[in-house]
Design a protein around this ligand. Sequence first.
Ligand code: SF4
Length: 510
Amino acid sequence: MPERQTEVCRTGFMNHLTTETFDANARAALADVQLRGALRKATTLFGKHRLAATRGLENWEELRTQARAIKDEVLLHLDQYLAQFAGNAEKRGAQVHWARDAAEANQIVCRLARERNARKVVKSKSMVTEEIHLNDALQAEGIEAIETDLGEYIIQLAGETPSHIIAPAIHKTKKQIAELFTAKLGIEPTDDVAQLTSAARRVLRRRFAAADIGISGVNFGVAETGTILILENEGNIRLTTSLPKTHIALMGIEKILPRFADLDVFLKLLPRSGTGQQLTTYQSLITGTKQKPEDEGPEELHIVLLDNGRSRMLAHPVTRQSLACIRCGACLNACPVYQQIGGHAYGSVYAGPIGAVITPQLIGLGKAAQLPYASSLCGACREVCPVKIDIPELLLYLRAEITEGGRQEAGGRSSRQAVKQHISERLAFKIWAAVMARPRLYEWSARFGRGLQRFIVRDGTIGKVGALLTRLAPPLGAWTSARDLRPLATRTFREQWRGELANQNREVKS
Ligand code: SF4
């Protein structure tokens, strides 16, 4: 997967974002007040809805454990389940294609389109097609690809890339979308959501009717039956997969479930974790092609199974768990880093905590060495993950890989920066641990720090000059560039405690 170059012209906070410029991207995002407002509102709402939905299910924890066990079983025997899935899908009329990487997947889709003289395709939201940059490949063939999910359609009109797995246009405010529709669709300016959606619907309905091919992603593939399941709320997937004569479904090889009955577990987890719904409005279960003229569905179904680095993740028990991800987006909404900077800063189609572990494994640590450090390791992602992926463990594993140079690509500037940052962090924590382990030294340091801060503290807060100084002073500047420095307490807890004991003793004596 080549790293992505993105232009975010509307908000103007970033240009040419790549995985290698994460630090700069993040700084630019932090300075964008509008972006942060939109993110705060959306992620808070998603978080609240998720919590309400999960509390309504008594056996939530049990389901999470069950889901993880199913995923672990699949990943241990992935070759067998994939062969079973392909065999059963082909028995029902589907054609299965195997793609080792993004280039091969794009070639397969473009060849299928060429063979059918296709000029127009409709696409439903699919992270895998974003991962392989399928739209660019189709465009190079002179084929027009139209996104039909409303969020994806908005960002396609804006010339951007998705910034969230579930809500691609999460970074946009209603006002920005209204202005975009006026500029691109020529509608009267309005901020009425119903009018905006109906303007998009009018355009998209015509596109569905004219499309030669429908392209979709896949949420789950069932080995037992060869069925694919795609979830949605807008009805656009139903139309994409049933109106055009040919349907091409792109699916990462990790999306397999062994049995049809396993869907019961994942259908309870995914909508609740993603949008806080008990179930999405539509669930399209597609098993092969239509058999009789009166049946619904495509005459041709092609399923492209994509590896693109996933086999590498399978090889190690720690990295293997990355493939259990069901792309619900809950970890993004819960992540304090994502909440502040949004998805574009990651420079990759996969953002947030799961993006910080998947992207470096897909494109190589050398090209994405800053991403595993884009975390405070607070563990919020692990808490919310419906399949119990231990993302902090993965982040630490990847950091260790970077510093030890296990898979580091030689000479990468970003890798060197990450190593430098890691070394200075380790040194800082070593000093911190040494001070904390020696009570006298700790007290002396606190007194020394309080003495020093007299020059920069005014009325109990760090004054403007002080803030500027701390921002400039390396390595403290790296911390204070995005955070406010608080002054040290005038008395430490230990001093207060000693004072309290002295008072009590005095009271006892008197
Ligand atoms: S890692 Fe877990 S929480 Fe994050 S998107 Fe994947 S399944 Fe959802």
